[in-house]
Design a protein around this ligand. Sequence first.
Ligand SMILES: Nc1ncnc2c1ncn2[C@@H]1O[C@H](COP(=O)(O)OP(=O)(O)OP(=O)(O)O)[C@@H](O)[C@H]1O
Ligand SMILES: [Zn+2]
Length: 841
Amino acid sequence: MLLKDPNQVPESRTIKYVDVIIPVPIPKRYRYAIPKELEPYVHIGFRVVVQFGERRLLTAIVAEVLENPPEHYQAKYILDVLDFEPTVNATQLQLWKWIADYYMCTVGEVMNIAIPSGLKLTSTSKVQLNPEFNYFEHEMELNPHEDKLLNHLRGVNAVPYDQVSEILGIKSVYQVIKSLIKRRAIILFEEVKEKYKPKKIKKIRLRDAYLESEQAMEELFASLSKKTKQEEILLKYLSELPVLSRPELNREGLEKTEITHGGFSTSSLNTLLKNQIFEEFEVVQSRLDEMEESVTVEAYDFTLNDIQAGALDDILEIFKERDVCLLHGITGSGKTEVYIELVKKVLANGSQVLLMVPEIVLTAQMVVRLRKVFGESVGIYHSKFSDNERVEVWKGVAEGKFPFVVGVRSSLFLPFDNLGLVIVDEEHESSYKQYDPAPRYHARDMAVVLAKLHHAKVLLGSATPSVESYYLAKTQKYGLVELKQRYGNAQLPAIHFADIRKERKRKTMKSEFSSLLLDGIKESLNLNEQVILFQNRRGYAPFLTCEECAWTPKCNQCSVSLTYHMYRNELRCHYCGYREPAPKHCIACGSSKVKTVGVGTEKIEEELKVLLPETRIQRMDLDTTKRKYSYQKIISDFENQQIDILIGTQMVSKGLDFDHVSLVGVFDVDRMIHFPDFRSHERTFQLITQVSGRAGRREKLGKVIIQTANPNQLILQHVFNHDYWSFFKREVWERKQYLYPPFTRIVKLSVKSESRELTDHAAEQLAVYLRGRIGQKRVLGPEFPVIDKIRNQYLKDLIVKLERGKVDLVKAKTLIAEQIERLRQQKGFRKVYIVVDVDPA
Ligand SMILES: Nc1ncnc2c1ncn2[C@@H]1O[C@H](COP(=O)(O)OP(=O)(O)OP(=O)(O)O)[C@@H](O)[C@H]1O
Ligand SMILES: [Zn+2]
């Protein structure tokens, strides 16, 4: 692509302009002029290439086509159009805008995460010498920079624009380039590549002529009779593909690698190709097919039982009047089956359906079930997917190939144009909230917004609904349907507490295991049943400490102690990833009495191996599931009873459905309960209920043993009674007392900088500004967060609480934004960064 100078827009003719969204955090849209020749091809939602700033080339999305130029700057031309069809539709643009406003970020930031990077361009402008330019004729007219650049270019093909500054040793090269372009001394050109590359496979097939008659085939064999290697290949082909009896198969051909990897001679194959006996061709392979091959698919037939059918009817009835319905169904009640029947109905109406799940890998069992029912029409939008795979799903949705999508939170951004239903499974999950970078959106809440834009319905499903959603249901904003029985004859498990304080006194604990739990495990194993153990902390031990001087190794970039990982005998920071070998001696006093404190999954695993040496034990946490299919492998091994005990972090709590688990053990629950966060009780209730829900999902009654120092804590009593309603009532009462959601909305402001004093100072100042404008009582802090230093950045938090129904949210946010801006305008605070998080999870 050859470019003209993008900076010169002639005044002589009427031109059109576009406002574009670019994937950078600038508050406003940017306006460009459309070159005459591109005018017919520029439409809303199309991708265009623009130059932003002096040298950055970006993919932008056309948001609006206009007649008038920008007021405060001279418009540059857009450089190219990348689409024939819109990449983004009008509804998507509306959603982006909504998210940017609500979460106090820019539309560009939303675009940045909404579009798979495979649909953005990598582009580098390059500079090269104009072959028609006569250097010696003009040598005298050039200034030293121009001269230097031209001399450099004479030796090379072309150089990237960004390198020019290096070559000349100056910062702004714009004038130099511009002047040289004007003199026709150089050419500025673009190398724009689309990042997305479909995966192609090479195949071979017989030339049709040989299949037209038996005689042709006989002659072919005769001609190869002395060329054994070529003959072998032909025979291999015919045995793989019976084209003699079914000639239509020949069109499909055979993958070239089947021949070349099968030990057959590559050069003989090439000869066959050269002699036009075989021909070579390419097909585009869907990467999704590839993934599918790793899952075995059998049919999944079922009919809803009466309770489930009743729930489905209720949901449909509610949808006549309300847009959102909460399905509160206990673990194992068959929510998935209800979803499936509902999805069928909506698809039959010709609308699209989006089913959101917190994490695809963690819901693999459910995805397989959905595949069995919906086959090829389900698109899967995965967090472990490569960019190319994401683009395939994106295009599949736009082209109508996937009327049904199952995906993680970012599936919200797919190009739906006719959505009828959004289901949010496990709606209470905090992984629906994006932490970093902006937009810090909550996918469940945005699902409601997305559905509204499409006039679609939303079904939120959970065994342990978030307090917010249940509150909205109880106050009639949402519909509510409850499934209170497990499918079949299954009962909820019986909960037992192991009082570790008493057991410690009686000395019946074996390291981390109470006698109650250990006996329970043995009993299950004796009956050939399986056990899940839950410890929500990975690694071996949360920290090391010296028994003599109490020294503890800490991360030097973050204010946390380093976690000890025994497997590699190293210390790791779980915040920044820093690692170092574990010390043999105390660094401070030299003593060798360095011991571990606290418990992680690795330690539980190690102790259990000593206590129950014959048992097959597997650990499932972030450290054992790094590879792409390792999670699936563990799950299927457990399913096939090749593992007796599965030990894991919250990964084992989600959505798993096994036949033979009779016992679930829970460690360290007190630490969860006392974590300093207003949601800690809610989280504890949800996690324990969910992980307990993995036990006894078939005929036999399951058992849960929770180790705690105080079984009488109210929250544990609610868990004991499987009593969501009492938990909820208590929680709502507290939230009302202390003004937490759902009675307020929270905006959290994290002040960050590289110096503790600066962070402190800026946070204090911001607090003063906010209190002055928003009200004394609405602003809490500044306070140090639990971890007040991460990656060498010092942190301090401010919390703004805005009462629901009383405060104008839009106005309040504007005020907050203004105070942040006011702070930033001050010279001393230029190096302070403020992260805004609306509705922190
Ligand atoms: N109508 C049905 N016919 C046959 N099997 C069913 C039916 N409903 C549920 N099941 C089976 O019962 C088990 C529990 O159902 P499912 O996994 O859908 O529950 P869930 O509500 O999603 O539970 P959780 O919240 O614990 O994930 C599964 O094995 C499922 O196959
Ligand atoms: Zn760190």
